[in-house]
Write a protein that binds this ligand. Structure first.
Ligand code: PLP
Length: 426
């Protein structure tokens, strides 16, 4: 860690002192011989766990044949095969096209550029609390933490942020379901006073906000938003980088709302952590930019495509989407019981194996328990469990989808102990 501090960029947010050596299944081992049960899936990437043998085989087999060929200028089959599979898996029974980049941010950049190119409109609507990445375009659509913007201005112009439907902390001080959707009214009002709707290319949303602490909009929200999109000819971009590929108990989280996006962004879990990859999947008529308009040397490289194809096979064969729904429901019940017992838990929420515990100092005032949240994450880590921070006082739990019920229960036992330990000190 001292060597890291000397030579690595200080912009990384190193919060936990783990120096990893190897990982298997849901466990990661550090260089001191400690073993951690990782309920963060290596930051929401290792949906198939650490070192899945089928992924290792796919990657090594590919590496012995061909590791690189300029996919931007020539062809190879695995890229097309992966695109065909993604077209099939994403919501919407219509022709689609796929762009491959190297990260989540690049998937979002591509969506942003594609939306502008197709519509010839300059503006975007994004959300407060959103995180889409740290490149200029993705950063300009994000607003989860001021640190992401400080001294980087001017950002890409033309982005208007709307309040995210965070019902536990409603920005309009309303309570769902009696709120009459003040958040949608706010957008409508902005279209008269702030944003000319005919200049808007697209709305971009995380179906469930990730970095802000797994905030889940109510069932009516996205259908209402989609109506607005249709009224004004806006594209609807779903950033499924954290929520996609089975994590929430559906292949894509937007399916919980029954809304079909025009563009879907995926990354993180796509190649199971074997190689960097991001993908932007759009309606064929929307991804209509000209040759040369957008490309990347390594986007959808051979190793990443081999891993992603093997990963999608694992997802199907091991029925991981169903598994996420089933295990997630058990975990949600258990976390809710823990939440009722603890004075420090304001809300427990989740879909599938994407779960959050929002910590408060007082259940009535909902004052954020930031120090206490940090103490619980640390206490869990001291007992061999990795869970991750989100928002300002939220604990995010996102285990690998291959986790066994016993391992999940073990993790929740450790978290329960950590909550009690911190609760006793408050
Ligand atoms: C929802 C979402 N979008 C985009 C990104 C950016 O992905 P990357 O770090 O691969 O650029 C992230 C990363 O955490 C994310 O959670």
């Amino acid at each position: 860690m001292e060597r890291d501090k000397r030579v690595m960029s200080p912009s990384y947010t190193r919060t936990e002192p783990i120096v990893a050596r190897e990982g298997w299944g849901c466990y990661v081992h550090d260089i001191d011989g400690n073993v951690f049960l990782d309920l963060s899936s290596g930051m929401f990437v290792l949906n198939y766990g650490y070192s899945h043998p089928k992924l290792i085989r796919a990657v090594t087999q590919q590496a012995t044949k061909l590791t690189h060929f300029a996919g931007t200028d020539f062809y190879y089959e695995s890229q097309v095969e992966l695109a065909e599979r993604l077209v099939e898996l994403t919501p919407g029974n219509f022709a689609k096209r796929v762009y491959f980049g190297n990260s989540g941010a690049e998937a979002v950049e591509a969506a942003f550029k594609c939306a502008r190119w197709h519509t010839r409109r300059p503006r975007m609507i994004a959300y407060t609390g959103a995180f889409h990445g740290r490149t200029f375009g993705a950063m300009s659509l994000s607003s989860v933490n001021i640190v992401h913007h400080r001294y980087f201005a001017p950002l890409v112009p033309g982005v208007t942020f709307m309040p995210y439907p965070y019902c536990y902390r409603c920005p309009f001080k309303q309570s769902y379901p009696g709120c009459d959707f003040a958040c949608i009214d706010f957008i409508r009002e902005s279209l008269v006073k702030v944003v000319p709707p005919e200049e808007v290319a697209a709305v971009i949303a995380e179906p469930i906000q990730g970095s802000s602490g797994y905030i889940i909009p109510p069932p009516e929200y996205y259908p209402m938003l989609k109506e607005l999109c249709e009224e004004h000819d806006w594209l609807f971009i779903a950033d499924e980088i954290q929520t996609g590929l089975g994590r929430t108990g559906k292949m894509f989280a937007m399916e919980h709302w029954g809304v079909v996006p025009d563009i879907v962004c995926v990354a993180k879990a796509l190649a199971g952590g074997m190689a960097p990859i991001g993908a932007t999947i759009a309606r064929a008529e929307v991804m209509d930019w000209e040759p040369g308009a957008h490309a990347s040397t390594f986007g959808g490289n051979l190793i990443a495509c081999a891993a992603a194809l093997a990963g999608l096979d694992i997802l199907k064969k091991q029925k991981l989407v169903k598994r996420a729904a089933k295990l997630g429901a058990l975990a949600l019940k258990r976390l809710r019981e823990m939440g009722e017992r603890s004075n420090l838990v304001g809300e427990v929420r989740g879909k599938g194996l994407l779960l959050a515990v929002e910590m408060v100092k007082d259940k009535r005032t909902k004052e954020r328990a930031i120090k206490e949240r940090n103490a619980v994450v640390k206490a869990a880590l001291d007992h061999g469990l990795i869970v991750f921070r989100g928002g300002r006082s939220v604990i995010r739990i996102a285990p690998p989808l291959i986790i066994s019920r016993g391992e999940l229960e073990l993790g929740l036992d450790i978290l329960d102990d950590a909550l009690r330990e911190v609760g006793r000190k408050c």
